[in-house]
Each structure stands twice: as C-alpha cells, then as structure tokens.
Ligand binder design. Structure first.
Ligand code: 5GP
Length: 204
C-alpha cells in the first residue's frame, strides 16, 4: 500500500513553558514521530548536543543556507536566527510521517502559508508567574534576556488564537499525553486514511 500523506505538526509556546521537556517525552513514548532539528545561530547551552537539539551554526552559514533555499522558514528571536531545514521535512512528509516542528509564532505563520494543512499546537503555561519562575530557574539567560523572553512570551500568547489546539503544561507527562491524544485522533482523518481507502475499494 502507498504511504499515507504525511502530517506536519507545529509545536509552539513561549520560552520557558517546557516545550523541550514535553517534546522529549513525546518522542520517547512514540518512536514513529519524526522530530525536525532546527538550525540556530544562538549559543549552545551546556546540556545541549549539536545535531540532536539543534544544528548550531554561524550567522554566515545560516544565511548561506537561506540563500541556497535550503531553509523552509526562518525567524529572528531575541538576537538569534532559527530556521527549519527544508530537505528532511519534504522527505519525511513524502514518506507519510508525522513531522513535528518546534517553532515560534512567526515561523508557524510562514509554514501555514506553505503547508495550509499543517496542524498547530500551542503549549500554554499555567500562569505568567509560573512562566517567569521557570525561565529564572533555568538560569540560561541574564536579566536582560529574561525580560526580553517574557516580553516575547506576552506577544506570543496573544497569537495562540491562530493555533488549532491549546495544551496547558501544568505537568509535563500530562501535557505529553494530551499532545499524543491529539495526534492519535488526527490519524483517523480522511487525509491520513485516503490511501488505505483507495486500496480497499480499488477492485470494487
Ligand atoms: P530556544 O532558544 O529557547 O531553544 O528557542 C527560542 C525560540 O525559537 C522558541 O520559541 C522555539 O520554538 C523557536 N524555534 C526553534 N526552532 C525554530 C525554527 O526552526 N524556526 C523558528 N521560526 N523558530 C524556532
């Protein structure tokens, strides 16, 4: 049987909300999901691995890849560039995979224009106070960086109306299960089942 159509899932949420932890749990629990690894010009954090968390590149390399049209979308976020490599995403979608992009709101908007069928999930903090304390406890940003990220967070949360689903991250395991439940239901849509249906009725 031919592959089902792939599905692109945009996963956004303000800095500090816990996207990485939730994503880690998601990929641990469902090995069929494909994680897109973004390019970034930001500095590598201590716990991050190049090629696993991000492809850490210089600004020159990043811009060269953009010029060569190898980047699907990119956005500037707090003085750094972030972008989605195009080749792997197109390949995985043609193989019928569910591809998850960790992406901020401007990038998600650009992707919706290229792939109108993309599904989007916004991870919400339980409260702004909790978000601030998570960013502070992470200890990866100086005071200026923290203020900047909180500022962006306010703007981003206002854009959650553009998203199909909102998941609240009170508890990472619960948020992970909520996202997996959403994906599970989406697998029953006609779009994900149409090749199967064609196969079943081909000799009728
Ligand atoms: P962080 O520096 O905390 O890892 O990420 C900062 C922001 O960049 C997050 O909102 C994250 O979702 C976003 N981001 C990560 N990868 C990409 C990408 O490929 N494209 C865009 N547009 N945003 C990204």
């Amino acid at each position: 049987m031919e592959n089902n159509e792939g599905m692109l899932l945009l996963f956004s949420g303000p800095s500090g909300v816990g996207k990485d932890t939730v994503l880690e749990l998601i990929f641990e629990k469902n090995k069929n999901l494909q994680r897109s690894i973004s390019l970034t010009t930001r500095e590598q954090r201590q716990n991050e691995i190049d090629g696993v968390d991000y492809h850490f590149v210089s600004k020159d390399t990043f811009m060269k890849l953009v010029d060569e049209k190898k980047v699907l979308e990119f956005a500037e976020y707090g003085q750094n560039y972030y972008g989605t490599p195009k080749g792997p995403v197109d390949k995985w979608l043609s193989e019928g995979k569910v591809v998850i992009l960790k992406i901020e709101v401007q990038g998600a908007q650009k992707i919706r224009q290229i792939y109108p069928d993309a599904i989007s999930i916004f991870l919400m903090p339980p409260s702004m106070e909790e978000l601030e304390s998570r960013i502070r406890n992470r200890g990866t940003e100086d005071e200026k960086g923290i203020r900047e990220r909180l500022n962006i967070a306010h703007q981003e949360i206002k854009r959650c109306v553009d998203y199909d689903y909102i998941v609240v991250n009170e508890d990472s395991n619960k948020a992970c299960d909520d996202v997996l439940d959403i994906i599970k239901v989406l697998n029953f849509t006609y779009k994900r089942m149409n090749n199967y249906i064609s196969e079943v009725i081909k000799n009728v």
